[in-house]
Design a protein. Structure first.
Lengths: 542, 307
């Protein structure tokens, strides 16, 4: 195993230098901002989180809490780059199949126990064990950890998982195939350690505030389901002296507009901006209404399977429909929150991804409309034989407004007759998964910051390819990308194929649109995955 | 009387059993399942999860195990959406919250509604009557999902008097807006029913007799008119009481009270079968109980009714 030390001694050095008693003076050690007396951050979550058990949590709001309570091998910084967590660094073998992480010796659980490599081994085995039946066990499979798939299928015992602890400070991971973005994946909650003694002593109740033991910068001190969850600074955390924020409070507020009112009343430091209200709020609260690109896309997918309409099997029809959607109206007039018009599937903000020059993107809308009319006429549809189909979306005001706008654009420009159908979420998913639709809304947020998290969706074997698009070329290219050194050229080629065949209509790429109090410091606006850590935040004195 | 009560309770058992079976079957008919998600689970993972919850068993077996769990261990099953909580936990946490704001709203609505209703009837065709009638019409036209955000805008943002939501163990500041939002339309209904029923009673011949005897007006109203006038009000209050203490999803959504109304709706959306069944049984049991209490109250109010 050749040693390739990768991690950032500089970062560590930086951290040590800034440590110390700077907070006593009441200023932030790096930015120099005067610190507020009460270091409490309160934010809104839409719904009750699924769990704070790292191996079970499956939603965004739960993962936000888990990232504060537990610390994995690696963390992300404000840019989304890897920085040391419990591990100080790692080495990777020449064949890219074995990773060895070195664990810091001062990491502790909140009960004072040291965090050892065995805690990770226990947690990772737990994640794949059929007995726990974690809804996120597939993530370990996605990480290509040796034998993960067989263990999940019940064909091998959990101790055959490709992870071991030769000593307390070393964690060795064996992969079944090289995976260029493997290190990024250990910032994910599923891979965080848990304290075996506590889990085994309390069973499912181990995550209750009175039982939980965690190794992150915060400990869970209060949880009232559907109302609030409170986490407070963990004095046992190895870097506790650099943690400024004392307390983070997540309030469950289902209604977006009520939440905005409560932000205006000063009860919250952060809340989402309801669709369409951003321009007004930006004018009234400059600097506090913020918008930045997110790693998510919004599209409509054609049903290209046997059960799909004959018309959609004609690429000219698909292209005509994609061309005639005026995305500017959707992003600027309907959503109006800094969303980005999409002509390709992968968001431009994705790491190491350059948006290829597809023809449709460089045209003016008038040109697109003219081309759309020509293509549709060529395909044999016109005033006497109008194209008719049904488009479905899950019940939501914003989805409805976009669907109505799209159907109007098609009607006015192309004479297409669409029927709109909204469905309750689970029904919608079932209908879409069974190819029981003609045109369906879709959206995807990246699991990790790399283009394959999006483009894999359009490969034939993907379980999420609800339109059943199948292109041998895309499949081959994506297989190639798994082991290639330079993936950019491959992803560009895939996007070209998609733009030519148009199996989906990309509409826009998401933006995070928030009201964020001006006294919140350290918010990682440039972390496109929005993986934020309370330990990096602080409140500025007003 | 005792025999009647016992008989009614015995009838409640098959009623609830039918409710459970129907609800169980209807849930299975709904498209999607508890583990349907945007990111479909790999078949093996799904199989592991279903095995963990016994969802791989035949339906009759699932239902039987469920009933046995309730009868032998008072265990209403696990929540699929929230792993670290079971149905008993969810009800134990949400129901007291709902019960608190529901009871207070019920008392407020009943006292205010009956008070205004009686006053309007006594001062029939006076300015008081007109205001009461006008106000009740407006109040009924104002649904609570419109009223709730307005209350938050006024009392939290503009005036800064009350917290915009949360529960905080049921401190009074957190109760004011939920109670106003929940009780307003009930005040209106109760006022309307009380007023018309009182008017009708005051026009009946036994009241004329009482007045002819020279009884003072307050005795006429309180001793003679009140009880019969209350009959339609009481039959409205029974189901209203159940509706109010079993919660309102609107209140829970707008005021983040954490009550059971929201949990119920969530369970249906999440296909969280056991939670939905558990809360349905609770609602069903309460409905049966309060219908019985209303029937008993009739006997007290109306001497013609005897069991």
């Amino acid at each position: 195993m050749e040693s390739k030390p990768k991690i950032l001694a500089v970062m560590l050095l930086g951290m040590t230098v800034t440590a110390g008693s700077a907070f006593a003076a009441g200023t932030h050690p790096v930015t120099g901002d005067a610190l507020a007396e009460h270091q409490v951050f309160t934010y809104r979550v839409l719904d009750e989180h699924s769990s704070v058990d790292p191996q079970i949590v499956e939603d965004v709001s739960g993962s936000e809490i888990v990232r504060d309570l537990f610390e994995g091998l690696m963390n992300q910084d404000a840019q989304g780059s890897l920085v040391p967590g419990v591990a100080t660094g790692y080495t990777v073998s020449n064949d890219q199949l074995t990773y060895a992480f070195t664990l810091r010796d001062n990491a502790k659980w909140s009960n004072g126990d040291p965090v050892v490599a065995g805690d990770f081994v226990y947690a990772w085995r737990r994640a794949v064990s059929p007995e726990l039946a974690s809804p996120y066990s597939w993530f370990m499979e996605l990480m290509s950890i040796e034998n993960a798939a067989r263990i999940i299928a019940g064909d091998a015992p959990v101790d055959e998982l490709g992870v071991s602890a030769p000593d307390d400070r070393t964690l060795v991971v064996s992969l079944s195939q090289p995976l260029p973005y493997f290190p990024q994946m250990v910032t994910h909650a599923t891979t965080f350690p848990v304290n075996r003694a506590v889990v085994e002593a309390h069973g499912a109740d181990w995550t209750n505030p009175e039982n939980i033991v965690s190794n992150g910068a915060y400990v869970l001190t209060e949880h009232i389901p559907n109302e609030r969850s409170v986490r407070e600074r963990n004095p046992m955390y190895w870097d506790a002296e650099n943690v400024i924020l004392q307390k983070t409070v997540a309030l469950v507020i289902n209604d977006e507009n009520t939440s905005l009112t409560r932000w205006l009343a000063g009860e919250l430091d952060r809340t989402e901006v309801p669709a369409g209200q951003f321009p007004r709020l930006q004018e009234e609260y400059p600097g506090e209404a913020i918008s930045f690109p997110r790693l998510c896309n919004y599209y409509y997918t054609f049903n290209l399977s046997e059960s799909g309409p004959e018309a959609f099997k004609d690429v000219r029809v698909r292209k005509a429909l994609a061309l005639a959607v005026d995305r500017k109206i959707i992003t600027e007039n309907i959503l109006a929150g800094g969303q980005i018009e999409a002509f390709t599937f992968t968001p431009a903000a994705t790491a190491d991804f350059e948006v290829p020059d597809v023809e449709i993107a460089s045209m003016s809308q008038a040109e697109r409309d003219a081309m759309a009319k020509a293509l549709l006429a060529e395909a044999g549809y016109g005033p006497h034989n109008p194209l008719k189909f049904e488009m479905i979306y899950n019940t939501s005001e914003a989805h409805k407004r976009i669907a109505v706008a799209m159907s109007q654009m098609w009607k006015q420009k192309l004479g297409v007759e669409t029927t709109l159908a909204n469905m309750e979420w689970k029904t919608f998913l079932e209908v879409r998964a069974n190819q029981d639709f003609e045109l369906a809304r879709g959206a995807w947020c990246g699991d990790y910051n790399e283009a394959s998290t999006f483009l894999d969706l359009l490969t034939s074997p993907s379980g999420y390819n609800d339109g059943k698009y199948s292109s041998a070329m895309v499949d081959d290219l994506m297989t190639l990308a798994k082991t290639a050194d330079d993936t950019q050229a491959i992803y560009t080629k895939v996007e070209q194929v998609i733009a030519d065949e148009m199996p989906v209509i990309p509409i826009y790429h998401y933006a995070g649109v928030y009201m964020l109090d001006s006294d919140v410091g350290g918010w990682p606006i440039n972390n496109i995955e929005q993986n934020w850590y309370s330990k990096d935040l602080y409140k500025i004195a007003e | 009387m005792t025999a009647y009560v016992v008989r009614r309770i015995l009838v409640a058992v098959p009623t609830l059993a039918i409710l459970i079976v129907l609800c169980f079957l209807l849930m299975q008919v709904a498209p999607g399942g508890p583990f349907t998600s945007e990111r479909p689970l790999p078949p093996q993972v799904l199989a592991n999860i279903e095995a963990r919850y016994g969802l791989d068993q035949p339906l009759w077996k699932q239902m039987w195990d469920y009933l046995v769990g309730i009868v032998t261990r008072f265990d209403f099953g696990p929540s699929f959406a929230y792993r670290d909580r079971d149905v008993n936990d969810i009800i134990a946490q949400g129901f007291p919250v709902t019960l608190t704001y529901g009871l207070i709203s019920f008392v407020v609505a009943t006292l205010a509604g009956m008070g205004i209703g009686v006053a309007a009837a006594i001062r029939h065709n006076s300015w008081l009557d007109y205001i009461a009638v006008g106000a009740t019409f407006s109040a009924q036209a104002l649904p609570n999902f419109v009223m709730a955000p307005i209350l938050v805008i006024v009392f939290t943002w503009q005036l800064g008097w009350l917290p915009g939501g949360g529960w905080n163990g049921g401190q009074w500041q957190y109760l004011v807006m939920p109670v106003i939002a929940l009780s307003t339309s009930y005040v209106a209904s109760i006022t309307r029913i009380t007023r018309s029923s009182m008017l009708e009673t005051l026009n009946s011949s036994f009241i004329r007799t009482a007045r002819a005897k020279g009884l003072p007006e307050h005795t006429v109203i309180w001793r003679h008119a009140m009880k019969p006038a209350m009959l339609p009000v009481v039959s409205y209050l029974g189901p209203t009481f159940v509706a109010m203490i079993t919660g309102s999803v609107v209140i829970d959504v707008y005021f983040s009270t954490g009550g059971i109304g929201r949990a119920y709706v969530d369970s249906a959306l999440n296909r969280d079968y056991a939670v939905m069944l558990g809360i349905t049984i609770l609602y069903g049991g309460l409905t049966v109980l309060f219908n019985l209490l209303v029937d008993l109250a009739y006997a007290w109010l109306d001497p013609k009714i005897r069991y």
